[in-house]
Ligand binder design. Structure first.
Ligand SMILES: [Zn+2]
Length: 96
């Protein structure tokens, strides 16, 4: 057996490809305490936050695609303005 099947599989909201959950970054929407935005999209690095999550490859192109497609609000089931800066900060640490 050469395939690595068996782990939970999720869809990247950027490129829409399916991947093992462990290969994707999970993110959740949290209420913006500052009131500047409706929601803050925050990486859930420990996979510990409850609630609805969305998944993305750790790849700036997937982040871009998801943003262009306005996939965050849809995937996270939230409406209103979204602060993506925590994701953009995280994206700076991703390999290019
Ligand atoms: Zn992707």
């Amino acid at each position: 057996m050469s395939g690595r099947l068996g782990g939970p599989v999720r869809t990247c909201i950027g490129c829409r490809e399916r991947a093992e959950r462990t290969a994707l970054v999970r993110m959740v929407a949290k209420r913006d305490e500052s009131g500047q935005f409706a929601w803050v999209v925050t990486p859930d690095v420990n996979h510990s936050s409850s609630g609805r999550g969305a998944h993305l490859h750790p790849d700036a192109r997937c982040l871009d695609q998801a943003r262009r497609r306005r996939a965050f609000g849809r995937a996270l089931r939230v409406e209103g303005s979204l602060d993506l800066s925590p994701m953009e900060e995280l994206a700076k640490t991703w390999p290019h």
